[in-house]
Design a protein around this ligand. Structure first.
Ligand code: PMV
Length: 333
């Protein structure tokens, strides 16, 4: 890749069906477990990176406002890594536009860092294949490693005993999945979350008595889910994903102090999903680091599931299906 000095990239969020929860290495962002997600076709993030040889510092604009504090420092730390690898010094102007509510468990950090990775790597002329880009995105936000690819994606934790553990932990598409699935997002509270996923993971790993069992169970969930995807077995995919998500929330609720993202409204939606199943509709819930519930179902059932969620709640309901890999766009002046 040659240096273009400016690049624009678009990436979509992903929702994990087998979750990433807990780092074995905070600095390199190496997880304890493999995870598997579906990239969505909604809520893209578009990010422009322009090198500015005259600037003394990076300037980051998010959704029209200058980024400060934690958001700015995470972006700058990430750009430092890109510059170090590219052997360049120029600071950058970053303009990023989300279409998803930030910080509400709908994975804006995944689409955000995936788009930043692709745009920055291109602007700084950093060479690398898809695996290399996913390793880089991982350093910004773990789940971003998966948003570089479309459809179902697996992120390998990597063998802790590998000579270079950083190389061993990357994401790649699941090429043998035979399932047309949808995720119906029930957006309950678009406000910021009480505890960052970073802090919640740290607390869970350090203090939750349930965490070691979750790590063991997660391996079995991943094997079951991969088999079910290959066989196009929606019910096993759904049951495994719901169980895995509820178990993840149980680990953090058992941490000290407890982390609780589920609200009364989330629990009500979980009840609606269970009732749908009792009526014979294949629908299963998953939740991330926020109160929102995503309902997993066959693509053919998505509108019916969404209508039921609209009837049962006041929430905004968005139907998402399998989305594309992150991609570059034309740079405009
Ligand atoms: O990538 P992070 O640090 O925002 O962590 C995301 C963790 C979950 O969304 C809760 C699970 C996952 O695998 O995406």
């Amino acid at each position: 890749m040659t240096a273009r000095e400016a690049a624009v990239a678009v990436a979509h969020p992903n929702i994990a069906l087998v979750k990433y929860w807990g780092k074995r290495d905070e600095h390199l962002v190496l997880p304890f477990t493999d995870s598997l997600s579906l990239t969505l076709d909604v809520f893209p993030t578009t990010t422009t990176v322009r090198l500015d040889p005259d600037a003394a510092a990076d300037h980051v604009v998010m959704d029209g406002a200058p980024a400060r504090g934690e958001v700015l420092s995470r972006a700058t730390t990430f750009l430092d890594l890109v510059r170090e690898r590219a052997g360049r010094r120029e600071r950058a102007l970053v303009d990023t536009r989300n279409t998803v509510p930030v910080g509400a468990g709908l994975a804006s950090s995944a689409s955000g860092f995936a788009a930043l990775t692709l745009a920055a790597a291109h602007a700084y002329g950093l060479p690398g294949d898809a695996g290399e880009l996913s390793r880089l995105a991982r350093r910004g936000s773990g789940s971003a490693a998966r948003s570089l690819f479309g459809g179902f994606v697996v992120w390998h934790a990597g063998d802790p005993g590998a000579p270079d553990p950083d190389r061993a932990s990357y994401a790649e598409p699941v090429t043998d999945a035979r399932l047309d699935a949808a995720l119906v997002a029930v957006v309950l509270e678009p406000g910021p979350k009480p505890v960052s996923s970073r802090e919640a993971m740290r607390r869970t790993v350090a203090t939750s008595p349930l965490y070691p069992d979750w790590v063991t169970d997660s391996r079995a969930d991943l094997a079951r889910l991969r088999r079910a995807l290959r066989e196009g077995d929606m019910a096993t995919v759904g049951e495994t994903a719901e169980r895995n998500a509820l178990a993840m929330h149980a680990t953090m609720e058992a941490a000290r102090p407890a982390v609780r993202y589920r609200t009364g409204a989330s629990d009500a939606v979980l009840g609606h999903v269970r009732r749908l199943r009792e009526e014979g509709v294949g629908a299963w819930a998953t939740m991330d680091a926020g109160p929102n519930v995503k309902v997993l179902c066959a693509s053919a059932d998505a509108e019916r599931v969404a209508d039921r969620m609209r009837e049962a709640t006041e929430a905004r309901v968005v139907v998402a299906r399998s989305g594309p890999a992150a991609g570059l766009r034309q740079v405009t002046a």
